[in-house]
Ligand binder design. Structure first.
Ligand SMILES: CNc1ncnc2c1ncn2[C@@H]1O[C@H](COP(=O)(O)OP(=O)(O)OP(=O)(O)O)[C@@H](O)[C@H]1O
Length: 181
């Protein structure tokens, strides 16, 4: 299969928060990615920088404010969308405010596997619970298919760029990822 062609890209943000060894994800209640877990984010508004949009979306969707660091860039294409999604991905290890459910997202904390090897086990055998915290491990089976390819390295500190093309059923057809640090 060839890479899907596109004329234009639309800018989105996605922010991941980790605190006390746990990862905050949101269960998306509507729109693109409905019924999947993801970081918090959305479209960059006209006149806004991606960094500003990332802070705003985190506040709107999870009720918290964080000093976000830019960590990754992802280009995502699907025959279902007219424009490519150009997603700037952000990260923070602290935040202010109280994590709050919004109309769009239901926030939930997840246990982070302690090695890339353990991530693989959690990907292969979903729904595992961390006995020390009682939290579910990252729900890769309920996330975008590409996340399992980059989130383990991302959480061990690597930045990356990448592209993923999906088919109309939402399965990944073609992809590449490169660590940039
Ligand atoms: C391979 N694919 C992907 N992998 C990981 N994340 C992906 C993604 N494709 C889209 N995303 C994220 O999905 C959200 C959509 O945002 P979306 O709900 O459309 O925007 P916004 O909050 O502005 O919506 P409203 O217009 O208010 O409904 C946004 O965080 C964007 O980064």
């Amino acid at each position: 299969m060839d890479w899907l062609p596109f004329q234009k890209a639309k800018l989105y943000t996605n922010a991941f928060i980790r605190r006390d060894g746990r990862l905050l994800l949101g269960y998306k209640k509507r729109g693109l990615g409905k019924d999947m877990y993801n970081g918090f984010g959305g479209k960059v508004d006209p006149g806004e920088t991606p960094a500003e949009a990332a802070v705003r979306e985190l506040q709107e969707e999870a009720g918290i404010t964080a000093k976000l660091k830019h960590r990754a860039t992802l280009l995502f294409m699907s025959p279902e969308i007219p424009e490519a999604a150009h997603i700037e991905i952000y990260y923070a290890e602290d935040y202010e405010g109280n994590v709050t459910e919004s109309e769009e997202m239901r926030p939930e904390w997840f246990a982070i596997p302690d090695s890339e090897e353990r991530h693989k086990e959690v990907i292969q055998t979903p729904k595992q619970v961390d006995p020390t915290t009682g939290l579910r491990f990252i729900p890769y089976d309920q996330m975008w298919e590409d996340d399992k390819l980059w989130l383990p390295a991302f959480l061990s500190g690597h930045d990356f760029v990448g592209r993923a093309d999906f088919d109309s059923q939402g399965h990944m057809q073609k992809w590449w990822f490169a660590l940039t640090s």
